[in-house]
Design a protein around this ligand. Sequence first.
Ligand code: ME8
Length: 598
Amino acid sequence: MRTLLLSCVRSYKAFHRLQHSPCCFPLPAVTRKRFTVLRCMSTHVCKEDTSYYITTPIFYVNASPHLGHLYSAAIADCLHRYKLLKGFNSKFATGTDEHGLKIQQAAEAAGKDPLQFCTDVSLRFKHLFSSCNISYTDYIRTTELRHREAVEHFWSVLWNKGLIYKGSYEGWYSTQDESFLTPSQVGDAFDSSGKEIKVSLESGHKVDWMMEENYMFRLSAFQSQLLDWLRGNPCAIQPERFYHAVLQWLQSDLPDLSVSRQRNRLQWGIPVPGDLEQTIYVWLDALVNYLTVAGYPETHDKWWSVAHHVVGKDILKFHAIYWPSFLLGAGLPLPKTIYVHSHWTVRGKKMSKSLGNVVDPIECSQMFTTDGMRYFLLRQGVPDADCDYTDDKVRKLLNAELADSLGGLLNRCTAPALNPGQAYPSFCSQSFPRDQGGRAVAEDYHMLDAVKNLPSVVEEHYESMHVYKALEAIIACVRQTNGFVQRHKPWNLDRGKSKDQQWLETVIHVTLECLRIYGTLLQPVVPEISNKLLSRIGVQPGERSWGNTDFLPKFQGKDCPFEGRALGSDFGVLFSRLESPNADKQKPKPTKKAARSK
Ligand code: ME8
């Protein structure tokens, strides 16, 4: 990451030098064109702005939401909440993609009016997101009027610039992926009845040959600008693996792209302005949603200049090639970052509606709690690699980390037996001096160092969407703090002796300080658990931002605002251990007598 950041800084410096170098002008036309792109990107890198705009893909409404959709939304929600904690003015958009052949066919199959069909399924996504605390600030549906106006305007801009022309398309099309494919992206397969069919090599979905009069977008004209953009912005697509994949794709020629379908084939979509015989291609329509939410075509600069997209790797081509080309064509800045994540699989197969192996996220969050599911997805999901889902993995992870490690730690230092005053006790600097000499041992000093550095470590991982690494770092510190308590066994200290009492209070004070940091840093991932933890240890809502992560001020000779404060009154368990479903079967059945006496 550090290397990546350094190279971003270096490229920005290079652009800056280029901009201010007296020998830059006059530039040949091609260079000038490239230079415009570079400059527009350099403002992206340097602008110190506290606005932030994050999006998820907008999801197709051909079927109910599944765990993969919740995963993308949870990542974006985490980044949004993190930015709010950092004091940013953050906008977070999600929503549903409701046009196109696939939706038209799904509505027909359901025997429903398409808009009614879309509304029903869109509500299911909305319900999922609100029940999982996905705190979006805008929910967009592509069937809304504001979106139609944005798409029509965007189309007209491209048309007026001569970037769209009437032509014809002949080639493969996958309705499931709503994607055009070249012959090299297509292979042979058999359908369920044994018939030979052609499929997309990437998604495995069936493809059909199509031949139509369409409007075409001059995608081929953007190849070198896309390469310039990526070479000048090595952080634009993260993680690095996907950045290199896109650079690799750009080594082959880009064919022009069909951006409409004949109206007689596709009625469910936005008509091409000025040509009612054609419907706008669903991906052009869908991608513009990000602009619609930013306020396009009215004042949109404030949000559009700070846009970041979270997408699954299945739709990288659309976001890293088509979308930037459309934007360059329309003269708009490019997104700051495209964060790409891999897939959840079930027994090694991508979880998807068409394969019928989906995991229901609502059922999961009822079984494992909302925060439990959020924690699992973000702790176990690795952006670079696919991850297999099983209920058992969820149970084991949550029991070990949320119930035992974190919950156990909170319980230890707030239990009335050890903390009868139910307060944030005093820190004694003679017992835990800055130099050795008190009761603290070398490992305790190592732990303090680790917790002190934790906010910056977590910040770096949140910034690069490596949420699992942030959680790994937090849980490693939680374990160290448990080790600290275990090492000093405060329950064995003699309260009658003032030195023991001071040390006991110091051990609890340090532990509560650690918990305060963990609770604050965990808020973007598990907002309910963090709230419970911070309330229990007496941290007020106004004291939970990133600016409040100054750890153990007493150790640095500063005042601690929490010292002496009463703990919160909620004694409940932080996270209850999850039983495996057959645990009940193993328990002895109650006798009739015992059952009657209940
Ligand atoms: O592609 N694991 O919509 P979609 C992880 N409408 N994430 C997954 C996943 C899995 N198994 N399956 C899906 C579309 N996702 C278009 C997007 S955006 C302008 C238009 C997530 O309903 C992941 O983010 O097929 C993936 O990219 C997205 O859902 C695809 O959702």
